[in-house]
Design a protein around this ligand. Structure first.
Ligand code: SAH
Ligand code: SF4
Ligand code: F3S
Length: 481
């Protein structure tokens, strides 16, 4: 989910003209008639929200007549959508900027733009530090891209890092980048109003705001009609989604939104990320249970298993409260898989407190986790209030212990699936062989199985699991969808 490797845009982005829904108009109309002969290249880092934002940016550029390219050497505009979540994420981007520098030197006139969280965090400083950068745009400023490109073409630097309280890009139809044609992201909200002490996101993404529910349903419907079979509803904290219908004054909660999207079609799978343990409600859990097409999988980041550390992290729940939430999920949906995000070596964490994190992994029986060591981010509450006092060596050792245990727990979790039959949505060829398909079950586990005649990506089928590693299940087809 969090990516330090870039995803590049595809050349073969399909321009689909059969759009419907008035709340959801197409910002790319101009591109359908004529291009401007220019190409853009975009790399994305960080969370799914950033990848989703790159699709908005691509749509805006496409509306200006730009075409996507996978080859940065032929690009007139090179963009990098950046992440600030950990120091390493920013270092990766700085290294990429050195590469873009070389391209620019061999091809004068190429514009380089930094988008996303690092642009927002560093603002004009980025232009001072990185002389080759022409454009700096924060996450809420993408509509301004065409204007800023024009400024940069005139030889000035273009910058907009204004954070909005309203922008949700609700009316922009994302141009699906590097898509498998089966699953797509739908952004349902932006920003975050929580103040987890370690986290830079509230500073880079601004205040929380929810997108028009009807535009979300229209986007899901449009995707389904174009052959997509899975959508992931995205937000930093999806359970606090709240949108008020301006005509009726009726509020729409996350549980209600889930239901609205689930009703688009029974063959459209719904996933969502991320859930904050403090906000996920029974109503959401019962809605998930009620609809077969809402996947039985919840990403429920714990961060730490120790109540004192959780308090310092300002997560607003303690270990017991979290464990009760986990029990509630398994009680309502015994077949639900839960995954987590975990931070090792937060300020002042003792060995005993670290042991609490290890035990929460076992008690929660996570199917998988994203695991990190603490990286202090300038300006955050933790950076201002607490000393980053755990030596790097200790952080790394604790992280290794966490990874080792999670790998074991995942392996046990997967072994329990041997002998069971799952409904699988086929995503494409497996990594290793074009004789095999890969697809996911409802619990978000990847299953690899031999191909059979008549089956294609986007089809559902039933697969019986025969073998498991800590990362993948293998099986045999039992019946086609
Ligand atoms: N909104 C999501 C998380 C977004 S950031 C949530 O609340 O769960 C993704 C993950 O990065 C976090 O869950 C956390 O585990 C990790 N992370 C955030 N800030 C970090 C930091 N300063 N150091 C290390 N990991 C961090
Ligand atoms: Fe960061 Fe916390 Fe918001 Fe997640 S909920 S984005 S960790 S501040
Ligand atoms: Fe990174 Fe920004 Fe996402 S900091 S994790 S890209 S919200």
């Amino acid at each position: 989910m969090y990516n330090d490797n870039p995803t590049l845009v595809g050349l073969q982005q399909k321009m689909d003209e059969s759009r419907q829904g008035e709340a959801y108009t197409d910002a790319r109309k101009a591109a359908h008639t004529e291009g401007n002969g220019k190409h853009f290249y975009i790399e994305s880092y960080g969370c799914q929200m950033n990848f989703s934002d790159s699709e908005i940016v691509a749509s805006i550029l496409s509306g200006e007549g730009y075409r996507a390219t996978r080859n940065m050497e032929e690009a007139d505009l090179i963009l990098v959508n950046t992440c600030s979540i950990r120091e390493k994420a920013e270092e990766t981007v700085r290294k990429r900027l050195r590469i873009f520098d070389q391209v620019k030197q061999s091809r004068p006139g190429t514009l380089v733009g930094v988008l996303g969280c690092m642009a927002e965090r560093l603002k004009a400083k980025l232009l001072e530090e990185e002389k080759l950068v022409d454009l700096v745009l924060g996450p809420d400023a993408y509509r301004d891209l065409p204007k800023l490109i024009a400024t940069a073409e005139d030889g000035d630097k273009g910058i907009n890092v204004f954070l909005s309280r309203e922008e949700t890009y609700a009316d922009i139809s994302p141009m699906r980048l590097d898509s498998n044609g089966v699953s797509a992201f739908i952004s349902i909200m932006r920003g975050c109003d929580n103040m987890c002490s370690f986290c830079v996101v509230p500073f880079t993404r601004g205040r929380e705001r929810s997108r028009n529910a009807f535009s979300i349903v229209a986007e899901a419907t449009d995707l389904f009609q174009r052959g997509y079979r899975e959508v992931t509803l995205l937000g930093q904290n999806v359970d606090s989604y709240k949108w008020e219908n301006p005509e009726t004054g009726e509020p729409v909660s996350f549980a209600e939104l889930l239901e609205m999207v689930a009703l688009v079609h029974p063959d459209l799978r719904i996933r969502f990320s991320t859930s904050h343990p403090k906000d996920i409600t029974d109503e959401v859990l019962y809605t998930m249970k009620r609809y077969e097409n809402i996947c039985k999988y919840i990403h429920l980041p714990v961060q730490s298993g120790n109540s004192r550390i959780l308090k310092l992290m300002n997560r607003t729940y303690d270990r017991e409260w979290y464990m009760n939430k986990v029990r509630r999920i398994y009680e309502i949906m015994p077949d639900c898989a839960i995954s987590s995000d975990i931070i090792a070596g937060f300020c002042s964490e003792t060995e005993e407190e670290h042991q609490d994190t290890l035990s929460v992994i076992e008690c929660s029986n996570y199917s998988m986790s994203y695991m990190f060591f603490y990286s202090e981010r300038p300006g955050t509450l933790a950076a201002r209030k607490y000393e980053d006092d755990i030596p790097l060596k200790v952080k790394k050792r604790r992280l290794q212990e966490i990874i080792r245990l999670q790998t074991q727990v995942s392996f046990e979790h997967n072994k329990k699936d041997i002998g069971k039959t799952f409904k699988v949505l086929i995503e494409g060829d497996s990594k290793r062989s074009d004789q095999e398909f890969k697809g996911r079950n409802s619990q978000n586990k990847m299953i690899v199985f031999p191909k059979a005649a008549g089956l294609e990506p986007g089809h559902y089928c039933y697969v019986k699991v025969e073998d498991a590693t800590s990362a993948t299940l293998r099986g045999q087809l039992v019946e086609a969808g």
